[in-house]
Every structure is written in C-alpha cells, then in structure tokens.
Design a protein around this ligand. Structure first.
Ligand SMILES: Nc1ncnc2c1ncn2[C@@H]1O[C@H](COP(=O)(O)OP(=O)(O)OP(=O)(O)O)[C@@H](O)[C@H]1O
Ligand SMILES: [Mg+2]
Length: 271
C-alpha cells in the first residue's frame, strides 16, 4: 500500500493587493483612477491586463511597479509590505525585484546596447554586482542579441530595440517583469518575436505582467485581467493559449532570432 503523497506546496505569492484606490486631485476635480482593486499573482504566472483607454491599466502597473503609491489599500510584493514605504525604500525594492519594459523602449540614444543594459547594475545603490559589462553581455545573449552588443539603438530594428530593453529589465534578475504596452510600437511580426521571448522567460520562471490592448497579444499570456473604470471587471485563464514560437515558424521564420539560454549564476559582491 502506498502512503498518500504530501500536499503540494502552494505557489509563492508575488503580488497581493487589496482595496487599492488611486485618486488624482486636479485643482478642485478628483479623478478616481482605481476604485478598489484586489489582485493576487503567484510565481510563474503570465498575466495580460486589458481594458479600454483611461480604464486605469497604467495606474495599476505604476503602483505594482512601485513607481507610484496608492491613495489607499494594501500592497505586498514578494513578501514585502509596500504601502507606507518611503521613496528610497521603493527605489531599492524596484531595483531588487522588478524589471520594466515600456512601449517606447526608453533606451539611451548614442549609447551601445551593452551600455544600455548595464545601467541598472551601475545604478544599484547597494552595489550588488561584480563585472556589470559581462552580465549585460550575457543578458543580451539571452534575448538573442549577443552579436549586437556595440550597436546603438538607431542601428537596431524596433523588435531588436525592445529586446535590448527586455535584456535591461532582466539583467538584475528580477522576480517580476512589468511591461506596459511592450508591443505597441512594433509590427505584427516583431510583436510575435517579443511574445516568444516573454513566453520563454516565463517558462524559465519569471513572473510576467503585461498591459495590452491587443487580443492577439493577450492570447500568449496564461491569464487575462480586464479593467474597466478603475475596477477589475473579469479575471480568467486564457483559453486556447497560443505558442508564439509556433506562430513565428508559421510566419516563415526559418532562422529564429529568439534563442534563450539559461541565465548565468548571479555574481553578488561579497560586501
Ligand atoms: N498623473 C495623473 N494625473 C491625473 N489624472 C491621471 C494621471 N494619470 C492618469 N490619470 C487619469 O486616470 C485615469 C486612468 O489612467 P491610466 O493612464 O491608468 O489609463 P490606461 O488604462 O493606462 O489608458 P491607456 O490605455 O490610454 O494607456 C484616466 O482617467 C487618466 O486621465
Ligand atoms: Mg496606459
């Protein structure tokens, strides 16, 4: 007779927010951007946040990304209570746990890919990193740009620029990757390329939240959270999830540019 196996460990909670509101005061007007949002995200999830313009998606992402603070409500990020922290503590938390990807890439012009990716390591206030240049080069290798280290943004395609931005987000080995409309400036082929990279990274264990208007992008996520008028309207798993690497092949990509390698071990300075 076999004994019952022990109960599986519940997945680690990465985001827990409850009753989060955000009110912007504009003179005598108040804009209720978030009206009481509850959201739980576990390690390994891949979530698409959807909703019409003005529904509160970016406001929510900015709060989750510790770039802005809620007016009210509770936020626990990877076991750390966030609401109530001061600016410096928020900056440290962002640097330690989060990676950001934006619609407009936000790369420094006239600065090489490897220098762009190195920046978050150089700005780490705790000086945790040894050999930032090598870590930046490895992160670029991970997004398939190992041969483009010295290219400036103007010497790269839009999809490649976004992959540099993803490498920059990954180089600090974040728990959570947040991306607000990461494919908004990309054509459909580059969009699938970037989504294939996100799917690979997610399979390697990174938790990902993206904001998108496009159902064609959301179909690559595992779960969709729909926001309307500052509230979560629906929250459901993606049915019929697409595999972006398969879609790329169907588009005729015989030389896949996305080849994700395993991350090198972290080099944490012994201070
Ligand atoms: N800094 C701010 N000051 C005042 N109001 C703001 C500010 N940021 C956002 N808002 C308002 O809050 C609401 C939600 O804005 P938010 O940017 O979160 O929308 P969104 O869902 O990201 O829209 P989009 O799809 O157009 O990017 C909107 O009504 C917006 O006008
Ligand atoms: Mg927005």
């Amino acid at each position: 007779m076999t004994s019952a196996s022990p109960p599986a460990e519940p997945p680690r909670s990465v985001i827990e927010i409850a009753g989060v509101t955000k009110v912007y005061t504009m003179g005598t007007n108040k804009v209720f951007a978030l009206r009481g949002v509850d959201l739980h995200v576990h390690a390994g999830e891949f979530i698409a946040i959807m909703g019409s313009s003005g529904s509160g998606k970016s406001t929510l992402m900015n709060i989750l990304g510790c770039l802005d603070v809620p007016t009210d409500g509770r936020y626990v990020l990877d076991g750390v209570r966030v609401d109530g922290l001061d600016r410096n503590a928020l900056a440290d938390l962002r640097n330690q746990k989060l990676g950001f990807v934006f619609q407009g890439f936000n790369l420094l012009a006239r600065t090489s890919a490897v220098e762009n990716v190195e920046l978050p390591l150089l700005y780490d206030r705790q000086h945790r990193w040894e050999n930032p240049r090598a870590l930046a080069a490895a992160a670029l290798g991970k997004v398939g740009l190992g041969e483009r280290l010295d290219h400036q943004p103007s010497e790269l395609s839009g999809g490649q620029q976004q992959r540099v931005a993803i490498a920059r987000a990954l180089v600090t080995q974040p728990t959570l990757l947040l991306a607000d409309e990461p494919t908004g400036n990309l054509d459909s082929h580059m969009t699938v390329e970037v989504m294939a990279l996100f799917q690979e990274l997610n399979e390697q264990g990174i938790t990902i939240l993206i904001v998108t208007h496009e159902p064609d992008v959301a179909k690559y996520a595992k779960r969709v959270v729909e926001v309307r008028d500052g509230r979560i309207l629906r929250d459901h798993p993606v049915e019929d999830r697409h595999n972006a690497a398969d879609d790329l092949r169907a588009l005729g990509e015989d030389d896949p540019v996305v080849e994700v390698e395993q991350a090198p071990p972290a080099q944490v300075a012994q201070t």
